[in-house]
Design a protein around this ligand. Structure first.
Ligand SMILES: NC(=O)C1=CN([C@@H]2O[C@H](COP(=O)(O)OP(=O)(O)OC[C@H]3O[C@@H](n4cnc5c(N)ncnc54)[C@H](O)[C@@H]3O)[C@@H](O)[C@H]2O)C=CC1
Ligand SMILES: O=P(O)(O)OC[C@H]1O[C@](O)(CO)[C@@H](O)[C@@H]1O
Length: 405
């Protein structure tokens, strides 16, 4: 049985590749990084080093090879004959790979391969599966779109394992090595899987799935983002260092408390178990060995400030249930304040704020218009950050705003 993974980066190699390989699939990676592909083809295996507190241990992922994404004919050939597929390229890259997947599916139908192809879409986004499905349909005719719906499962998941961007230090002498957390569950939305489930190690089908995807994005990713944007203000390179700063830990844990209440109400879940998950997150964020950088977590602030993404999506859910998300608002203000020479989106955001002002920016990018209940709070907090107020003053304001929404 053959699996194809589009994207041989942190999650491709550091998570999905391992699970597919350990489930006895051959793993074919597609990536634009030619050097990486050549190395995978030369060695047919790679190491994953798991790090936890002071311990670490290594496994070897075997039965792998690679295809360079510019060799489009080979890519189409591999996808058209795959038994299972996943993507882990980043949300912004999905429009680039969609036409190639469409061509591969067309080839598959021409070859009369009748078995459904399930594509697990491993990107940090609510309904990334539907999004990629629409992008693919955009390259198919009406009758092909019908075939697409009948024969392709666009599978929704949420990735809980954290895998850093690999630096030479983390690679520790092997460019193929990936460092990872040992968290292994791969939850999927059962209703989006077509046909009989394949046996994939650690894959757990859930139905309904909404709770799981929102728990990941609005709790894990939201809290990670809050800590990262605040950590950047202190020029901290490592996320683990940020979360060990008492004021940042306090704001992040209060933001988690806000969304925990929102989530418990929205999904009629036991608050205690959600709070336990929040505590687990704060602990996991402190894993220094994992080498997660502030820059990686903070990257692409425009995407992360989107109305349904981790910050505004979480804030919206809180407001829906009568919880004023004053501490999540600190994260939103800090994301608008984020400005890095190497982060394109932060450059665009910064220029827009310079020209049009922060008021117009929060309306345009996060839908925080004149009537929005968070508007005054975000504006106030943003200005405080700009005036270099201390985190203690920011916390004081966030708490005042909570009491006087
Ligand atoms: N790293 C993590 O801990 C987690 C990441 N995710 C999500 O997983 C997805 C992938 O993230 P990472 O693996 O961290 O990113 P990454 O940057 O490490 O990997 C992406 C890979 O895709 C390749 N790529 C980019 N454009 C391509 C193209 N046009 N054709 C072929 N290959 C291309 C890159 O060369 C790279 O190897 C993202 O959507 C991310 O939000 C989700 C949860 C955890
Ligand atoms: O991958 P994105 O969407 O840029 O978001 C980064 C977040 O995703 C992760 O890679 C894990 O979900 C974290 O490092 C961080 O919280």
């Amino acid at each position: 049985m053959k699996s194809v993974i589009y994207g041989a980066g942190s999650i491709g190699r550091g998570f999905i590749g391992q699970l597919f390989s350990e489930s006895d699939f051959e793993v074919v990676f597609i990536d634009q990084n030619k050097e990486l592909i050549d190395q995978l083809n030369g060695r047919k295996s790679y190491p994953i080093r798991f790090v936890k507190d002071a311990q670490n241990w290594e496994i070897r992922v075997v039965h792998v090879r690679g295809i360079w994404s510019s060799d489009e004919e080979a890519v189409i050939d591999e996808i058209s004959t795959a038994d299972l597929m996943a993507t882990s390229v980043g949300k912004n890259v999905l429009p680039v790979i969609a036409p190639v997947i469409a061509s591969a599916l067309r080839r598959r139908w021409k070859l009369s391969i009748d078995a459904p192809l399930n594509i697990i879409v491993c990107e940090n986004m609510v309904q990334a599966n539907a999004y990629l499905g629409e992008l693919i349909s955009g390259h198919l005719t009406a009758s092909e779109t019908t075939l697409f719906r009948e024969k392709t499962g666009m599978v929704e998941t949420c990735i809980g394992r954290n895998v850093p961007v690999m630096s030479p230090l983390l690679q520790d002498g092997d460019p193929l090595r990936v460092i990872a957390e040992d968290y292994s569950e791969l939850p999927i939305d059962r209703s989006s899987w077509l046909g009989e489930l394949l046996q994939i190690k650690h894959m757990v089908p859930y139905e309904p799935f909404d709770f799981y995807i929102r728990k990941k994005l609005f709790m894990y990713n939201m809290a990670h983002a809050v800590a990262a944007y605040l950590g950047d203000i202190l020029n901290l390179p490592a996320l683990a260092s940020a979360i060990h700063i008492p004021a940042i830990r306090y704001i992040t844990s209060k933001a988690l408390q806000e969304i925990s209440i929102g989530m418990a109400h929205e999904y009629d879940k036991d608050l205690e178990s959600i709070i336990l998950y929040s505590d687990e997150l704060l602990y996991r964020f402190g894993n220094r060995q994992l080498g997660i950088s502030v820059k990686r977590v903070a990257q692409d602030p425009i995407r992360k400030l989107g109305i349904n993404d981790r910050l505004m999506g979480a804030a919206g859910l809180c407001l829906k249930h009568g919880v004023f998300p004053g501490h999540i608002a600190v994260g939103i203000a800090a994301a608008y304040y984020y400005h890095h020479a190497t982060d394109e989106e932060s450059q665009v955001l910064h220029s827009y704020i310079e020209c049009e002002g922060i008021g117009k920016a929060i309306d345009k990018y996060s839908g925080i218009g004149l009537q929005h209940p968070l508007r005054e709070t975000v504006l106030k907090l943003y200005r405080m950050l700009k005036d270099q107020c201390s985190f203690e003053e920011i916390i004081h304001t966030a708490e005042y705003e909570k009491m006087h929404p």
